[in-house]
Design a protein around this ligand. Structure first.
Ligand code: ZN
Length: 194
């Protein structure tokens, strides 16, 4: 199963290396005011991964403009952290997907595997079924997916579309990079229809 990979510290190290690349790109763009971006990480205590997560998981990469009067924050996209969710992005995707499909995993089993309680798993379901489909990101991005993914089976449809194609690390990289625009502030912005 896909979650075997989560016990492997090298998988989490791999995802960190992607976040570092995303951060490097964001930093090179500098602040719109012309100021330089300095490292200003957010402390994090993520859950749901392997027991020996790399130390790099104690923070989310972020930057702050060095000019007085600006001090703008720039937080790059991430394949590790899904906005402010405590659980790692890959876990929020996979656990919710494992609740879907013809033979859904039991909540008790998922709680044992990932440490998320019943209420947390229920919140993820609401996130995928109600909040995520309303985002501007999804309304634009779903058209790029072939075959077109149905909202009723999110995130299982995404898991089916991306995972199990070949190299598991590469598959997760693609899936999490696809979702990464929603991991920044404003990324979960909801399009208000008139
Ligand atoms: Zn600035």
């Amino acid at each position: 199963m896909y979650h075997d990979l989560f016990r492997d510290a090298s998988f989490w190290a791999f995802l960190f290396s992607i976040d570092r690349d995303l951060a490097k790109t964001a930093r090179e763009q500098a602040c719109p005011c012309g100021g330089r971006l300095h490292s200003a990480k957010y402390p994090r205590k993520p859950r749901g991964g392997s027991k020996n997560l790399p130390e790099s998981y104690g923070s989310r990469l972020s930057f702050c403009c060095d000019r007085d009067g600006c001090r703008k924050r720039v937080t790059p996209r991430s394949v590790r952290f899904l906005g402010r969710k405590v659980y790692l992005a890959a876990v929020v995707v996979l656990v919710a997907a494992m609740r879907q499909g013809p033979s859904p995993a039991r909540v008790r089993e998922l709680s044992q595997l990932f440490g998320a309680d019943r209420q947390t798993i229920a919140r993820w379901r609401t996130f995928w079924e109600e909040q995520f489909p309303q985002t501007q990101f999804w309304k634009l991005a779903r058209g790029r997916l072939v075959p077109r993914v149905s909202v009723e089976v999110l995130p299982l449809a995404l898991v089916n579309a991306y995972l199990g194609r070949g190299d598991p690390c590469q598959d997760w990289d693609d899936l999490l990079q696809f979702l990464s625009p929603i991991t920044t502030s404003g990324g979960m912005a909801i399009e208000v229809s008139r």
